[in-house]
Write a protein that binds this ligand. Structure first.
Ligand code: ADP
Ligand code: TRP
Length: 330
């Protein structure tokens, strides 16, 4: 069975974009693949050196993963910092990564611009740690968004380079993966672009009914179509895309028909959309709140995940030490 792996940094709550773009794929894949999903808490130190509430953020993301339907009996869910073998592999990969190639990574250059007072070595070697995360489980498929493509290329390069340097065929080259053939992009409702934490336009799975309603009612619209079957400008198309994803087909068709016949009232459409988003989020939200109360269960899940992940990671490390030429005594 092929191994699938993905991770997310615990820098905020999960939103609808994360869910439909990534987490939904995990949930479906866990039954067909050997799946590892982890929380990249070490990575968050590259931008948040004093992670005030790191334990709380990790706990929240864990509860949110579970509430979305990731099954800890099927998939291995773990916290990166619980698997110290990753740090050892990161060290080996750092020895074969070169300054020039690391400095050329776009996200590094962006961070140099956005946090000039904290251009730390961890930022520079971010792709080495990400590669270690992936190849420690010898993952073949990695579901990530388009923004991660360059890091994925680096991961492939480092896997290939390790094999070449030591004359082995040990690490597979990990491929980026999108569950549906067309990558899903959840739009923001503020006129243009995608929904995202940093875009400040996210609807979070944990948002309550009132908050959802407020966010949806604020969505950008116009004065309505003036001729039948007019093309939808982006803010309106985004509203419809969101409705297509969370509402029944008949609801979507109803509002589409109203649009095409120039009878649409956006206020009504938004009310319906807010209701349907709430209908979708409510059971997940309830599960998140329940799970957050059950500290013991969350601890059990992360312990079980850490154990399973460590078992597999230490096997890889044993091989790697032997391949490089170190004495392997575990
Ligand atoms: P954000 O953009 O909110 O900071 P992250 O970078 O933490 O989110 O995203 C984690 C994963 O969630 C990404 O790799 C991507 O696959 C997915 N994702 C985030 N936003 C969207 C979106 N609007 N549409 C589809 N997928 C998304
Ligand atoms: N860099 C990813 C992000 O910002 C998070 C991440 C870290 C990751 N290690 C990974 C994703 C390994 C997939 C596989 O979203």
């Amino acid at each position: 069975m092929e191994t699938v792996l993905s991770g997310i940094r615990p820098t905020g709550n999960l939103h609808l974009g994360n869910y439909f773009g990534a987490v939904k794929s995990f949930v479906q894949m866990q039954y067909e693949y050997n799946c590892y999903f982890f929380i990249a808490d070490w990575h968050s130190l590259t931008t948040h050196p004093h992670p005030e509430n790191i334990r709380n953020s990790v706990k929240t993301i864990l509860a949110e993963y579970l509430a979305c339907g990731i099954d800890p009996e099927k998939a291995t869910i773990y916290v990166q910092s619980d698997v110290r073998e990753v740090a050892e592999l990161y060290l080996y990969l750092n020895m074969n990564a070169y300054l020039g190639e690391l400095e050329r990574v776009t996200s590094f250059k962006d961070k140099v611009r956005s946090q000039p007072d904290n251009v730390n070595a961890g930022l520079l070697t971010y792709p080495c740690l990400m590669a270690a995360d992936i190849i420690i489980h010898r993952a073949a498929k990695v579901p990530v968004g388009k923004d991660q493509e360059q890091n994925m290329e680096m991961a492939r390069k480092f896997a290939r380079r390790f094999n070449q340097i030591y004359g082995v065929d040990y690490f597979p080259e990990p491929a980026s993966y999108s569950f549906s053939d067309k990558a899903v992009k959840i739009p923001g409702l503020d006129g243009s672009g995608k929904m995202g934490k940093s875009e400040g336009n996210a609807i979070y799975l944990i948002d309550d009914e009132k908050t959802i309603k407020k966010k949806v009612m604020r969505a950008v619209t116009d004065s309505g179509p003036t001729e039948p079957n007019a093309e939808k400008p982006e803010p309106i198309a985004n509203l419809f895309t969101m409705m297509e994803i969370v509402s029944d087909k008949s609801t979507y068709d109803h509002f589409n028909e109203l649009y095409n016949t120039c009878q649409i009232r956006y206020g009504d459409m938004k009310k319906q959309l807010a209701e349907d988003i709430n209908l979708f989020c409510a059971p997940i939200r309830e599960r998140i709140l329940e799970l957050l109360k059950d500290e013991e269960h969350l601890q059990k899940v992360s312990l079980l995940g850490a154990e399973k992940a460590r078992e597999n990671a230490s096997k890889t490390l044993r091989d790697v030490r032997e391949i490089i030429g170190f004495k392997s005594d575990y």
